[in-house]
Design a protein around this ligand. Structure first.
Ligand code: ARG
Length: 463
């Protein structure tokens, strides 16, 4: 037991202050000070409303609003003394406001509670992060589009099972990530629109008997409307969970791309060269250039998804309305947001800086009998064979090339005819990788013309 006096903000019924351990487990000021600007914006909107509807005098409202700006500048200037005894950002700000403006500060908390206050602050903070994610995604998509446009017709191997499958174009591969990140972008926008309801004025849980104007505060804070149920408003953290869900899926996409960059930049592949700006060296092996940024991006999904699962576990089983468990919502979201933004920015930088090695890509594109499907399709199209039979004939030709240690285009016409007598010289037209990709003109296919059309569509969409 400490001999400290009871909390000045809520300690009316308490004879003694908290144990030091109680203070340590209870306080959130160590991390929720990140929401200072949002807390002050919320309080300024609330004070303006209290003044406008006559719950407090217009004079007091003005004094409070001015005082809050002073507090904000102290926090931003780094001179503010945060106190653990005052628990959280809400009470730290209000206590300091009292020191700055005196008695009117005590009227600010009329018709509200820390429960709607923290929900409002956190929503405003997460909303800003949705906006930051949108910018980060747009920048990364732009970098990918630039790569796709430059290399719309560069051939490379396409893989399934990480085994050579069919030739594709560099631009097509880049555009695959544009599609993924485009879905992330639309998830960000969806979730942001859904979360944009104001909890402020829900008060502790039941609303308030004061004649507050919730539309006014909602509007002042850029919300579309006030949340319609006060119990839900103070106990909802769906917006944070959706944020983490969207972030997790996006981080998974970034992780897949990062993995490809790690593979592609290896000496065995040499598909891309990452810039020095996004690589590191080894302290012992002088030849090394390591794709650390890609590796770290590959890993970020772990902590971001961890935050998603973590907050879900915090929320599950909580009875309505507010419970202190919910204070555990912030650190994980802060960490996930920081790392998501960092991963987006690092990936954008890497993509802008990286060089695709056209020769290595082209050399690899033809390896592994990558045009075998083109050969089978030719047998179907020109000789009228059922695809299953064509598949079988092509398989025999692949086996023959493998035995001879050559690629499919290196077989002679008589080699071909020894497997099927009707094959003509025209077959060699489809065995080249450039012809192979050019022929894949189906909508969404890898043909350069399709890739350019898709890149144009995205440029148009993002205008
Ligand atoms: N620091 C608290 C949190 O982050 C603020 C809300 C506290 N409300 C309460 N009734 N104790 O959730």
């Amino acid at each position: 037991m400490t001999d400290k006096t009871a909390n000045t903000m809520w300690g009316g019924r308490f004879a003694a202050g908290p144990d030091a351990i109680m203070e340590a487990i209870n306080a959130s000021i160590g991390f929720d000070q990140r929401m200072a600007a949002q807390d002050i914006a919320g309080s300024r909107a609330h004070a303006a409303m209290l003044g406008a509807v006559g719950i407090i005098s217009p004079n007091d409202a003005d004094t409070i609003r001015e005082g809050l700006l002073t507090v904000l500048s102290e926090i931003e200037g780094g001179t503010f003394q945060f106190s653990t005894a005052l628990e959280d950002i809400h009470m730290n700000v209000e206590a300091r406001l009292k020191e700055v403006i005196g008695e009117p500060a005590g009227r600010l908390h009329t018709g509200r509670s820390r429960n709607d206050q923290v929900a409002t602050d956190f929503k405003l903070w997460v909303r800003d992060q949705f906006d930051a994610a949108e910018s980060g995604l747009l920048a990364l998509i732009d970098a990918l589009l630039a790569q796709a446009e430059a290399g719309a017709d560069w051939v490379m191997p396409g893989f399934t099972h990480l085994q050579t499958a069919q030739p594709v174009t560099w631009g097509h591969h880049m555009m695959a990530y544009v599609e993924m990140l485009g879905r992330d972008l639309s998830r960000v926008r969806d979730a942001r629109a859904r979360m944009n309801e104001s909890p402020l004025g829900a008060a502790a849980l039941a609303g308030t008997s004061f004649p507050i104007d919730r539309d006014m505060t909602a509007q002042a804070l850029g919300f579309d409307r006030p949340a319609a149920n006060s119990l839900d408003a103070v106990s909802d953290r769906d917006f944070a969970l959706e944020f983490l869900g969207v972030a997790s899926i996006c981080a998974m996409h970034l992780s897949r791309f990062a993995e490809e960059l790690v593979i592609w930049s290896s000496a065995q592949f040499r598909f891309v060269t990452l810039s020095d700006r996004f690589s590191t060296g080894s302290s012992i092996m002088p030849q090394k250039k390591n794709p650390d940024a890609a590796e770290l991006i590959r890993a970020k999904v772990g902590r971001i998804m961890g935050a998603n699962v973590g907050l879900m576990m915090v929320m599950k089983g909580l009875p309505l309305a507010y419970s202190k468990d919910m204070q555990e919502d912030k650190e994980q979201v802060f960490d996930a947001a920081d790392n998501w933004m960092l991963a987006l920015a690092a990936m954008e930088g890497m993509v802008r800086d990286m060089t695709a090695n056209r020769e290595s890509l082209a050399a690899a594109a033809g390896a592994g009998f990558s045009t075998a499907t083109d050969l089978a399709d030719w047998l179907v199209r020109v000789l009228g064979m059922p695809f299953r039979d064509a598949h079988h004939v092509t398989g025999s030709l692949v086996a023959m090339a493998e035995a001879k240690g050559c690629d499919l285009p290196d077989l002679t016409l008589s080699d071909m005819q020894s497997v099927h007598g009707d094959i003509t010289n025209a077959v060699f037209d489809v065995l080249g990788v450039q012809n192979s990709v050019n022929s894949r003109m189906s909508y969404g296919g890898t043909a350069p013309a399709q890739v350019r059309a898709q890149a144009e569509r995205w440029r148009e969409l993002l205008k």
